[in-house]
Every structure is written in C-alpha cells, then in structure tokens.
Design a protein around this ligand. Structure first.
Ligand SMILES: Cc1cc2nc3c(=O)[nH]c(=O)nc-3n(C[C@H](O)[C@H](O)[C@H](O)COP(=O)(O)OP(=O)(O)OC[C@H]3O[C@@H](n4cnc5c(N)ncnc54)[C@H](O)[C@@H]3O)c2cc1C
Length: 463
C-alpha cells in the first residue's frame, strides 16, 4: 500500500508538493487553514505579485504546468531605476536579452498549483483546516475546522463535509507529515518543542513593507515601461513596482518601521503626501489612491528564519518558508520553495523504500543552499536600495556583462547564476566571490600598470 502523506499548508509550495507526491502515487491529504482561493478569499498580507525565474519555472515544468502559468506572466527584462530628478536608467538583467524574470499573480499561481495537485485522484485538499500542532512520533496532526466554514473536501467527487464541523480538534494521521505552512509554521513549532537541541533563529529587518497601486492607464495600458522591474533606490529605503496583466503595477515600499522618517512617524495624509512628493515625485502623479492605500494596506514585516533539522526520522519534514524564510530582495523565496519540492521528489525517487534516508538526503542537499540564499537576499537589499543608483555599480554590471559575453560559460555574474541557472545557491555564492576577487585584482593590477607607465613617461619627458 502507498504511504500516506499529510501536508499542512496549501500555499505556493504546498500545492506543488502535493502534485509531485500525487504523481509519485502516494496518498496525500493537504490541510489549509484558509478558505479555497477559488471562492474569492484574499491572500491577505502577502505580496500580490512575485518574480518567477528559472528554478521555479523548472519545478513547474516537471509537473507540466509551466506554460499554463507563464501565459499570464509579464516578462521583466531588467531594472528601471527612477532617480529623484525623474531621470530613468534601464539596466538589463543579463547580456542575453532573452533572459528575463516573470511577474506573476500570487492568487492565480496558487490556484494553478492546487488544481495541478487535484488532477491526481489520490490527492485530497481540505480547506478551512488550521493545524494547531503535530505529534512527531505518532505522526498525527491536530486540526481545527471552525463551525462557520463547513466546507466539503475539494478535489474529491464527494461534496460531503470532511467532518461535521466542530470546534473540537480533529486528529489526522499518516506515514509522514510535511510542514509547508509558511514562515510561522505550526509544524516547525512542534518540532522545536519535541526535538532535543532543535536550532532556531529568526531575525527581523528594521524595515517593513507596504503595498500600493499604480492603476492602469486608458484602455488598460501600462503607465510606465511594462517589461521592467521598477526601482526607486533611496539609500536607506526604496520602492519597487512589478507590472500586472490588467495594466496596473503593484508597488512595494520598503521603509524603516521607526525613526524620524519612517512608517511610525508618518501619521497624517499630509505626512504621506510630503514624503512621496519628496522621494518619488514621478510615481506619485500615477498613484491617485495613494492616501487610501497607505492607510488601509497593512505594513508587513521581513523575517529571515534558519532552523535545523528540517526532518525527523521518516516522519516529518519542512518545505519552503517553513524551513527557510528569506527576505524578498532576490525574488527567490518562492523559487527556492519550488526547488525544495523538486529535490524532495528526487530524494524520494532515489530511496523509495527508505524515507528516513530520503528525508535526510533532502535536508543535506537543501540546508546549505537555503543558508546561502538567506545571506544573498540580505545583501541584495543593500544593492537594490543603494547601489543601483550609483555609476560605479552600473559600470560593474556592464563589466559583468562584457566578461559573460567574452568568456561564455566561464564567467557568470552572481545575479545570472541565482536567477537564470539552477546552480545551487551556495555554489553560486562561492563562484561569485572568486570571480569578484579575480576581477578586482585584475582591475587593481591594470590601474597599477597604467600609473607605472604614466610615471615612466613623465620621467622620460622630464629628462
Ligand atoms: C513582500 C514579499 C515579496 C516577495 N516576492 C517574491 C518574489 O518576487 N519571488 C519569490 O520567489 N518569492 C517572493 N517572496 C517569497 C514568497 O512569498 C515565499 O517564499 C513563498 O510564498 C513561500 O511559499 P510557501 O508555500 O512555503 O509558504 P506560503 O506561501 O506562506 O504558504 C503557506 C500556507 O500555509 C498555510 N498555513 C499557515 N499556517 C497554517 C496552519 N497552522 N494550518 C494550516 N495551514 C496553514 C497558509 O495559509 C498558506 O496558505 C516574497 C515575499 C514577500 C513577503
């Protein structure tokens, strides 16, 4: 008989993982605390759109849904930098103009992965079921199914409720529980309680984020360059904007929570208006709902979570943000979560009779890379909010692209390795450090040679 997996959380990675496990013939029960997104429930508090790139696309391709997802995507070919003066600079992401990242809607993508999972009759999805904890040794999960949401079991032909809704906890069991329940994972919390010396570290940025909107122009047109990720770098903070298919842009302001100029100190409409007029003058004229958006939209926090182990015997595993939440500045959190699904699937295929070994191998392969991504994502915040505005940075990018074109396959800029290849994150980080050291040494050597030549020429002229 096939093993039964209990998955907690049908966010981006939960739906995709259910599809992978369903394809492999396992029995899968997926429990999600929210209502079915197809019934119009909002994915509140999370980014409306995301950048999907090579790793995520590969994971979707393996399950046959990449084309379906990409048909709604908007290619972003580079960064459009907005200076305070209103000047614009476009910096392509790669020397190859065909390489781009893709702006996609979170809600549509979430629905697509859930529907991909539900194509397998051995996958059942249960919405409105909140996990309150798991018992690691008995492989059971405790769930609450609130009475107000007496929903049936989506993905089965039956429309009967899973349980005639009760506030009493429901207990479900399986051969393994997978926590795909995001950064504040209930499964991980149970592991913390039950596993001796479980390592856990969470660190919050001093910055929060708020989403704002640039609505479509006339006839659904885009009021700024459509095929770019827009950045307003302002040293200690920044705003970015990603295009949506309806002609709108979703802007995200990343700003300090506290301080003399911060979310906390910006209290009145006049404060908001003054700040935007000073910092983002070209955007503010395109944001008629700025004041309402600023007041009504939540201010989210940005957390990096590192923990170990992600697995317990053959019984429990963590996938996606539950294992490794990262700040969003490399646009890789979801892409990495999707890559986890590919690797876990590969490990289960490699050790079909030994799930303990498969889980251990998964953790071994992914942990080092998730840690590397966490570092890269934090570093990229400084690059985006500060360095993208500098001429030196733009010159370095041009040099990167020149070297990439001159030494194809040998020199790959870090952004290219992370975004447009599946080179493991830790390996990409290591290669980039070596490349940078060589380039800086070469530039320093060249500078020395030029200075030495200039001195020799001056001496010759003087004698
Ligand atoms: C502002 C912002 C911008 C981002 N931009 C990008 C980007 O451009 N590109 C990118 O790759 N990544 C991006 N990310 C990261 C990305 O959102 C996450 O990495 C991704 O959502 C992780 O997927 P997940 O399935 O692990 O977790 P989630 O998407 O958080 O899904 C977890 C699911 O579990 C459910 N759940 C939680 N607790 C329980 C419980 N107790 N019981 C049952 N269900 C539960 C939740 O309701 C949810 O459906 C961004 C993140 C933020 C905050």
């Amino acid at each position: 008989m096939s093993a039964k997996f209990v998955l907690i959380g049908s966010g981006l990675a939960g739906g995709l993982l259910a599809a992978y496990l369903g394809r492999r013939g396992y029995e899968v029960d997926l429990y999600e605390r929210r209502a079915d997104p197809r019934e119009g429930s909002m994915l509140e508090g999370r980014s409306i759109n995301l950048a999907l790139s090579t790793r995520g696309i590969h994971a979707l391709q393996q399950i046959g849904i990449a084309d379906e997802v990409l048909q709604h995507a908007i290619p972003m070919r580079g960064r459009m930098i907005h200076e305070k003066s209103g000047s614009l600079h476009f910096a392509p992401y790669d020397v190859d103009p065909n390489k781009h990242i893709n702006s996609i809607g979170r809600a549509a993508l979430n629905t697509t992965v859930i529907e991909a999972a539900q194509r397998y009759p051995n996958v059942r999805v249960h919405f409105n079921h909140k996990c309150t904890g798991i018992d690691l040794n008995s492989v059971t999960a405790q769930l609450l199914n609130p009475p107000s949401s007496d929903y049936g079991v989506a993905g089965t032909s039956s429309s009967q409720p899973l349980n005639s809704s009760t506030t009493q906890p429901i207990t479900v069991s399986g051969d393994a529980v997978i926590g795909v329940d995001g950064a504040f994972s209930a499964v991980r919390q149970s592991m913390q309680l039950e596993i001796d010396k479980f390592q856990y570290d969470e660190s919050y940025l001093a910055h929060g984020y708020k989403e704002l909107t640039i609505p479509p122009g006339p006839n659904g047109s885009w009021q700024m360059e459509k095929n770019a990720l827009h950045i307003w770098p302002r040293k200690s903070f920044m705003m970015i904007a990603l295009p949506n298919p309806d002609g709108s842009f979703t802007c995200t302001l990343f700003w300090e929570f506290e301080g003399s100029r911060s979310f906390a100190s910006t209290k009145t409409d006049d404060d908001v208006r003054r700040f935007f007029d000073e910092e983002f003058p070209d955007a503010v004229s395109l944001m008629p709902n700025l004041l309402e958006d600023f007041e009504n939209n939540p201010t989210g926090s940005l957390v990096t979570i590192r923990c170990a182990p992600w697995v317990y015997e053959d019984k429990v595993a963590l996938v996606g943000d539950a294992a490794h939440a990262v700040v969003p500045f490399y646009g890789q959190g979801m892409n990495a979560a999707f890559e986890d699904c590919v690797v876990l699937d590969e490990c289960l295929a490699q050790f079909p009779q030994d799930r303990h070994r498969a889980f251990a191998e998964y953790f071994e392969r992914r942990k080092i890379n998730a840690d590397a991504l966490a570092d890269l994502a934090l570093e990229n915040f400084i690059e985006m909010r500060d360095k993208t505005a500098s001429k030196t940075f733009r010159a370095k990018k041009k040099l990167d692209h020149f070297l990439e074109a001159t030494l194809p396959g040998t020199y790959l800029p870090l952004y290219t390795m992370v975004t447009f290849t599946r080179i493991p994150y830790a390996e990409a980080k290591r290669r980039a450090r070596i490349q940078d050291a060589i380039v800086y040494a070469a530039v320093a050597g060249l500078t020395l040679a030029i200075v030495a030549t200039a001195i020799a020429v001056l001496r010759a002229l003087a004698s």
